[in-house]
Write a protein that binds this ligand. Structure first.
Ligand code: CAO
Length: 415
């Protein structure tokens, strides 16, 4: 069976996490992704956080599946010629260098357009145009500048970053959507365009509900579903909401049996209004159904922390999976706090290809996250990441270079 992006060629000039996430997604959807790296070192993540000496790190392998790797020195005159041949050969150039780096290589938008007017040039940058546009940015900088850190954590603690890589992987995902849309538009216009996903913007997009709350707070001065209500006064900015749920259905993380020794013996419990009767019955509090302080969602808001405390007395008597089974039977929304170990061992995630075992020539077998987007006519098979320069000869042959020319480029250290 063919793939959704069969025939699309990507000049992958990305490194670290944000850009590689984007091009890996495109590769899983069927695009031919040619990753350009510097000879000798390659993407810096090949050597970062290594668990096996001399072997590509999991950081690299888990972000660069289904790609081909070619080494080119972009600053060598003959390397530049190879890059120009690739620009003519490909549909999309994806990059996430520091601002200005692509121009310094001579690959300005105007030059790329003169070589290939159909080319789409897609970039991740830390910030969009404005005071910080020239800054280099990593994940947590974006989380801080995009509104995530100020709204994450507990009210009595400092701002907090989250483990989900919303700045890097989140922005890569945004960029991939922009590229696919630009490819679609090109069908009618015949022209390429520039696509920019700034990490601050991507994080803010994922924090949309907090900007919603900022405006609610400005208007009403209070947010009744936040844990601060009714005892702690609100300031003029959205406070950190601990584990409160972002939506209209109050939730919190509660201890389960074994919490004293297991840091993940917890469950997320949502007091969804339509199942309030079931909640009262399950935890043995039938009197709440008629007590005016608990009977309606509005009446419950000032007592939420106390209510969760009472529910926790029940959850502490069950392990998180037992609690999950009992609650699910009654359609009470809840979720166990799963450790990475539990996720890695979960058979259903293996069955769907969301967690995959991949074999690598120097690393051996390792686990990775497969494509989270499942398409019935374009299933993804996860292929191992390329070794540095593994496909240099193959790609140069496709560009029309003879073996002698490739040998000469190698002797010149242009590839
Ligand atoms: N041949 C020759 N030179 C190459 C090359 C190649 N194949 N590949 C890269 N280079 C050069 C670049 O041209 C650049 O040189 P100049 O500084 O002389 O222009 C140089 O390598 C370094 O690029 P960089 O500045 O992007 O790399 P860095 O490690 O200093 O910074 C990062 C890394 C991530 C902070 C920066 O790239 C950045 O801000 N990117 C945009 C935001 C982003 O994606 N952040 C997410 C990072 S985690 O996913």
């Amino acid at each position: 069976m063919g793939k959704a992006l069969d025939g699309v060629r990507i000049l992958d000039f990305t490194h670290v996490q944000s850009g590689p996430t984007c091009t890996q997604l495109l590769a899983w959807l069927g695009a031919d992704v040619i990753k350009v790296e510097r000879a000798g070192e390659g993407d810096i993540t090949r050597g970062q956080l290594r668990d096996i000496p001399g072997v590509d790190s999991l950081y690299f392998t888990m972000l660069n599946h289904n790609k081909r790797s070619i080494t080119v020195d972009a600053k060598h005159p003959k390397g530049k010629q190879v890059l120009e041949a690739l620009v003519k050969h490909c549909d999309v150039l994806v990059e996430n260098f520091a601002p200005g780096a692509l121009d310094r290589m001579g690959l300005t938008w105007e030059h790329i357009q003169s070589l290939n007017p159909r080319m789409i040039v897609a970039s991740v940058k830390g910030f969009g145009p404005g005071p910080y546009e020239d800054c280099k940015v990593y994940e947590n900088v974006a989380q801080c500048a995009g509104g995530s850190a100020s709204t994450t954590g507990f009210d009595d603690g400092p701002p907090m970053v989250t483990g989900a890589q919303i700045g890097d992987s989140g922005t890569g995902l945004h960029l991939a959507l922009g590229i696919v849309a630009a490819l679609y538009q090109r069908k009618t216009t015949g022209r390429g365009q520039r696509v920019l996903a700034a990490m601050q913007d991507g994080v803010l997009n994922l924090c949309r509900v907090k900007l919603r709350d900022q405006q609610r707070l400005a208007r009403t001065g209070v947010m009744e579903e936040y844990p601060q209500y009714p005892n702690t006064p609100f300031g003029d900015a959205v406070p950190r909401a601990g584990n409160a749920s972002g939506g209209g259905q109050p939730g919190w993380i509660l201890k389960c049996k074994g919490w004293e020794t297991d840091p993940n013996a917890y469950i997320y419990f949502i007091t969804q209004a339509p199942v309030w009767k079931d909640i009262c019955e399950v935890i043995g509090r039938p009197e709440w159904l008629t007590d005016p302080c608990y009977a309606t969602p509005k009446a419950r808001l000032p007592h939420l922390m106390e209510i969760f405390g009472q529910i926790e007395e029940w959850t502490k008597t069950k392990d998180k999976f037992e609690a999950m089974d009992l609650l699910n039977k009654r359609d009470i929304p809840c979720g166990p706090i799963l450790s990475m170990k539990e996720i890695a061992e979960e058979p259903s995630l293996r069955a769907t290809g969301t967690v995959v075992e991949v074999d690598h020539p120097t690393r051996g077998k390792y686990l990775s996250v497969g494509n989270p987007i499942k398409m019935s006519e374009s299933p993804s098979d996860v292929k191992r990441s390329p070794l540095l320069g593994e496909h240099t000869d193959e790609v140069l042959a496709e560009l029309g270079y003879t073996q002698d020319q490739v040998a000469a480029l190698r002797a010149d250290k242009a590839i």
